[in-house]
Design a protein around this ligand. Structure first.
Ligand code: LLP
Length: 443
């Protein structure tokens, strides 16, 4: 079951509510993000079920979506947090995450942020020689021993866009195995500052069987096998590390599971597929498993709702111009990423279907939300959504061309039995990100 569905009446619904009605009654301006809280619950539940029988931490990668309400909710469900900056750490603390279930990652962590991390007792990944130096200094300044994991670069190719692949040997992240001994000796040399508790790797993001990677696969190979490949390498490292007397308990296999951006209905690896490929390895070494999902927890829970400003044609190209743009949602421009686009209301039966580029008002040709989309010619003011915008969309939004950062709403189902009156089902919460004030509208 998915939160956004096109019904037989031609309207797009989110958890039983027409997106068109949300646009007309709830929201003062567009573009805006609309999230489904029940979908967040369902995505989390898939991970929780998959991890049954294992000692584990689900560390939500808050870079994917750092809306405070969403953070608080995922914390309440039981997530830890994965952080890549001091501000993300501060926000995670504000959202009430248990610091002992937080992991501070990154190839360029700043000393002052490491001091905060040491002070709060979050796990810290060692990424390089200078990073180790900084962590030692931070431990001294905070007067606390830091629980560290070694981020190992396993050189496994995740077959994703080069910009989001991180675990191959020429990437800027982690340490290569030939340096492992140097790092173990360095940790041993700092018994008052560092306690080695685990090993970490992260292969990359958008790992799927989606059509852009499928041709690269060998017959019979599943994309989750690369998680297995990486985990086999990692437990071998853990064996070597334990042989040297370190009592390490944590295997962190990072995040990376993709989602069905293409809406082809393709069967994609689920959290269960992922965990099942590594379960025996984790149990055989009596390890505590940390995973770091971002996208697969939140991407399909939200969309960007836009209004059509107008339609035009130049040369051989038709354009739908909307009020949203690369400023609010940059993934198509930055990665050539596909995100599914549809109109929120039915078109007249005689509406002409054409091929359109869906573009925003920003002053450059990189500003598009979708290319070559078959859509009915929309009326001015029609609602148009970009799907799967719950991850890496608002968190990557900018104010380029002095556009406003878009509001975010989420939809909670209050009473599922009350289906006859759609509007009675929902409450919208709007977080003003600048003031931190929360406004709510109850229908
Ligand atoms: N752990 C580490 C160390 C990471 O670097 C990342 C993502 C994650 C976990 C979460 O990965 P996920 O489960 O979300 O795939 N802006 C890009 C994605 C960048 C991902 C960066 N690292 C996009 O829009 O596709």
């Amino acid at each position: 079951r998915h939160c956004f569905t096109k019904s037989d009446d031609g309207y797009l619904y989110c958890e039983g509510l027409r997106v068109q009605d949300v646009m007309e009654t709830a929201v003062e301006r567009s573009p805006f993000y609309l999230y489904s809280k029940p979908q967040i619950n369902r995505n989390f539940e898939a991970y929780r079920e998959a991890l049954e029988g294992l000692n584990s931490i689900i560390g939500y990668a808050i870079k994917a979506n750092n809306n405070l309400k969403i953070l608080e909710h995922l914390r309440m469900l039981g997530c830890g947090a994965v952080l890549v900056s001091g501000n993300e750490l501060r926000l995670a603390l504000k959202a009430g995450f248990d610091p002992k279930r937080c992991i501070f990652n990154g190839n360029g962590k700043l000393l002052e942020d490491l001091v905060l991390a040491a002070h709060e007792s979050v796990f810290v990944n060692i990424d390089s020689e200078f990073d180790l130096d900084n962590i030692v200094s931070a431990a001294r300044i905070a007067g606390k021993k830091v629980n560290v994991l070694l981020r190992i670069n396993p050189d496994v190719d995740p077959q994703v866009h080069a910009y989001v692949a991180t675990g191959n040997k020429n990437s800027k992240f982690g340490i290569r195995n030939e340096k492992l001994q140097w790092f173990l000796d360095a940790v041993k040399a700092h018994p008052n500052e560092l306690k080695l508790v685990g090993a970490h790797c992260h292969l990359g993001s958008t790992i799927t069987k989606a059509i852009d990677v499928a041709p690269l696969l060998l017959v019979g190979e599943s994309v989750v096998d690369i998680f297995r490949d990486a985990a086999v390498l990692m437990v071998n490292y853990i064996d070597q590390i334990r042989d040297q007397g370190f009592e390490i308990d944590y295997l962190n296999i990072g995040g990376g599971l993709g989602i069905d951006y293409y809406h082809t209905g393709a069967v994609l690896p689920t959290p269960k597929d992922l965990i099942d490929t590594v379960r025996d390895l984790v149990l055989s070494r009596d390890l505590n498993l940390i995973i770091e999902p971002g996208r697969s927890l939140v991407a399909n829970t939200g969309c960007l709702v836009n209004r059509v400003t107008g339609v035009k044609t130049n040369g051989t190209k038709n354009f739908i111009v909307v009020d949203g743009s690369m400023s609010e949602l940059i993934r198509p421009s930055l990665y050539g990423a596909y995100q599914h686009i549809e109109l929120v209301s039915p078109s007249p039966p005689d509406a002409e279907i054409s091929t359109f580029d869906v573009v925003g008002p920003v002053c450059e040709s990189a500003d598009f939300l979708g290319k070559d989309r078959e859509l009915p010619t929309p009326e001015r003011g029609a609602g148009l959504v970009v799907h799967d915008a719950g991850a890496y969309c608002m968190s990557m939004a900018s104010t380029y061309n002095l556009k406003m950062r878009p509001p975010e709403y989420w939809l909670k189902v209050m009473r599922r039995d009350h289906v006859s009156v759609d509007l009675a089902l929902a409450q919208y919460l709007y977080m003003d990100r600048e003031s931190g004030q929360q406004a709510s509208q109850i229908f």
